[in-house]
Ligand binder design. Structure first.
Ligand code: GLY
Ligand code: MN
Length: 358
């Protein structure tokens, strides 16, 4: 698996005329080597792949990283250790990940590698490989999605007015872990009433009251892969306006999912949902993008937004999450995870989407 990824990476390195790549994004290091610790650097050349770790991770790296040479460093910074190793190797042009190297680390690297070694800025090389998931990755995301679905099914009967947002978030987090999640994919959102109008509200002590929307956005992390789902329910009886707004968001989401197909561009799919919501009079109430890629990161790269030029390919996994947010009143978002197939999209989060009133 990792050998395959490394050979694809080497093709990309050739195209960019670099003979080595310094990988400092920890998610990219995991993708290429299997290393699950929190600190490391990876150097990939056309001949080999080397990981630099401090003593906390030496044994772990030996277990986790097959076909990777493990270098332990101590008493110096990661970048100082990288520079020493680079100076020993026959490297002329070293690429670095511009999105994952601070300016001070870059300066430290420049100062410590031999003057004749050229440092080449790169962006999104490994991220580009991560965009299309392989079968194993899709299997893990499906598992993370299934845990999120089961958690929703398990807690929905417990939610009632009188609980606080924090109570709801805790019930979700506890249930995700009971059902096999390694942890939550991100801080669970449980936002009721006016708070539900904030797309990324943190749970508060606010008590759920009849007549409010409750928006729940959560996901499971399972073997380093994530799911991400949002459901909005109504506490007590839904008003006519609540039903109307909910149905617009649901229809926008279904239309966007229906439009997904290989070859389509990210912004085209975004426009399907956005134009529909605008046509129903709520264009100003949908400010964020329609969705993002999902995988090792919850936000695993570009997806559906007004500026996204990504071309959809089978094996991409993305969220579709339109919303309408009305300040002081409340908000609705409905989010699912989809796999792009040869002909369209397969929705892998399957929790019911008809408006639930509890
Ligand atoms: N579900 C959280 C997010 O997509 O930002
Ligand atoms: Mn999301």
């Amino acid at each position: 698996m990792h050998i395959n990824r490394l050979s694809k990476l080497r093709q990309k390195m050739d195209e960019r005329h670099i003979d080595a790549l310094l990988v400092t994004c920890i998610q990219n290091i995991f993708y290429l080597s299997g290393f699950t610790g929190s600190t490391a650097a990876l150097i990939v050349t056309d001949k080999d792949c080397r990981i630099l770790v401090d003593p906390r991770y030496t044994v772990q790296a030996r277990y986790e990283c097959q076909d990777v040479v493990v270098h332990e460093y101590a008493g110096k910074s990661t970048i100082a250790a990288v520079a020493e190793l680079v100076n020993e190797l026959d490297i002329k042009k070293l690429g670095y990940e511009a999105n994952h190297l601070t300016i001070s680390s870059f300066r430290e690297l420049r100062k410590n590698v031999r003057a004749e070694i050229k440092l080449r800025l790169t962006r999104d090389i490994v991220e580009g490989l991560r965009r299309v998931k392989d079968e194993r990755e899709i299997e893990l995301i499906r598992r993370a999605a299934a845990i999120a679905d089961q958690a929703y099914k398990s807690i929905i009967g417990e939610i009632k007015p009188g609980m606080s947002e924090k109570d709801v978030a805790l019930a979700i987090d506890f249930t995700l872990r009971k059902l096999g999640a390694d942890k939550e994919a991100f801080e669970t959102i449980a936002a009721a009433g006016p708070n539900s109008a904030c797309p990324h509200a943190s749970p508060t002590n606010a008590v759920l009251k009849p007549g409010q929307f409750l928006k729940m956005d959560f996901g499971a992390k399972y073997m380093h892969y994530n799911s991400d789902i949002t459901r909005t329910i109504c506490l007590g009886k839904a008003s006519a306006k609540q039903r109307k707004v909910y149905q617009i968001v649901l229809d926008a989401q279904l239309k966007a999912i229906e439009a997904i197909a290989p070859g389509k561009i990210g912004k085209e799919i975004d426009a399907v949902a956005r134009d529909y919501i605008a046509s129903m009079g709520y264009g100003k109430n949908f400010g964020h993008g329609l969705g993002h890629a999902i995988g090792i990161d919850v936000h695993d790269g570009p997806g559906f937004s007004t500026t996204s030029d990504i071309v959809l390919k089978p094996g991409m996994v993305l969220t579709v999450e339109p919303g309408i947010y009305i300040e002081g009143w409340g908000g609705v978002r409905i989010e699912d995870d989809v796999v792009v197939t040869e002909t369209g999209a397969e929705v892998i989060t399957t929790s019911p989407k008809q408006l639930v009133c509890v």
